[in-house]
Design a protein around this ligand. Sequence first.
Ligand code: ZN
Length: 558
Amino acid sequence: MAEAVKRLYPKAKLGIGPAISDGFYYDFDIDEPIKPEDLAKIEQEMKKIVKENSEFARQEIPKKEAKSLFTKLGEKYKLELIEGLKGVSVSVYRHGNFVDLCKGPHVARTGDVKVFKLLSVAGAYWRGIETNPMLQRIYGTAFENKPELDKFLKIIEEAKKRDHRILGKKLDLFSFNAEMGAGLVLYHPKGAILRTIIEDYIKREHIKRGYQPVISPHILKSDIWVQSGHYEYYKENMYIFKIENKEFAVKPMNCPGHILVYKSHKRSYRDLPFRLFELGSVYRHEKSGVLHGLLRVRGFTQDDAHIFCLKEQIEEEVVGIIDFVKETLKVFGFDKYTVELSTRPKESIGADEEWKEATEALKNTLKNKKIPFEINEGEGAFYGPKIDIKLKDALGREWQCATIQCDFALPERFKLKYTSKDGKEEKPIMLHRVILGSMERFLGALIEHYAGNFPLWLAPVQVAVIPITSKQNDYAENLTRLMAEKDMRAITDTRDEKMQKKIRERELEKIPYLAIVGEREAKDDKVSLRSKSKGNIGEMPVEKFLSIIEEEIKNKKT
Ligand code: ZN
């Protein structure tokens, strides 16, 4: 694609062009805007290049030589990339007359490229930084054969309809506000209700499983972050400020607060495992270029817990967490997920031996539970290895939710202790874990999974009561009050509009049930029930109607 673009727009400058999970993209600096209709032209040129079937040749060249090569080509962004690469040499790939800085690997020849399609074009700041030039990013995908591509395109089509950013606006759940700041979510009443229902549920489940809720402050003095290692390894993502000459940071993670709760008392082996839970709101600076709806934000709330335990309790605790994740996902309508194990990254704290031990503990637990997993080398947290669980939504797309991290390092840094059976002072292990992950991201997944058609127990408005004429307004409002007393979320639509119009509009709002009341219903203490999924259910006494709704909410039917 990069060569095709260069052939059509000789003045184009190349940015970066990585493979991503669903295909690839490439960033170009081009004077004229590339319009969606230009993509077909670029595709045509790509087909020609495939037909030419030229060979890809890899070449390892000294940095100095690479610099003079890309200076000659006028590729200023490549020069910047070379500057940032470690080592004395870099690799370039050539085919035909085209050369690019690339670490590879590549297919052998351009003819090996089979079915591909360019999907879209979007603006992207160079390196995702707002003050850098805005480049044009072309997205594309490639498959082995046409049926696979067609299947993928169909999913994209469906995904567009379910996009949580669009549905979030349409259903009035949340918004973003440029004046307030990018990447910060403003929950509207319906979104806030939805989130509260999820939070209430998850909080109760934690308490049931022996976790103790705590609440820690949103800002902590920098000294704490120095001690935890965040200051050294995570500073770029933190909001740091000074007041009265003391430096503070807004918490990017909840761990230190929980550690301080642990440290507030002398602990014995009998106190372990000690499980602390918090719906903790954290703030992390993300580059503006990577922000994406609810999926990548700068402020989010985690269902975060830290378990302080003995080494020999790790496995049992991890098993408990995995079961917790499985049960929770099922309640929310997700029954498929994948598991990954991430190992020690380059930038990290702690002794090799402890990393090995922690990684083995996680690996053995997965093996013993017969859970298939993949290994992500070097993708662990800076303080320990982790298990990531990604849920699969209705379209088969993966969403990061739960993580379980095993940590020997923070207990060491904070000098955590417990008294062992034989009276000695020992260091506990710390497990960091989330179940849903970020409430924001989980909400995004939930919206797209259900395409906004939430099951009754989650629906922000469960029932709309629609009087046929204004004569039934009082009866309708009484019914709504009755439901409110039973913790049901109902509204009365007393607008001076035709009944058909009210029904249509409330169904577009994806309200699961409509209770229509006319003269006859009001006289006999009845409603005519209409379900969004099943259509007209018919007339029934109010008592029966209420018990149908109550039952469905209680069962959390998905
Ligand atoms: Zn933590």
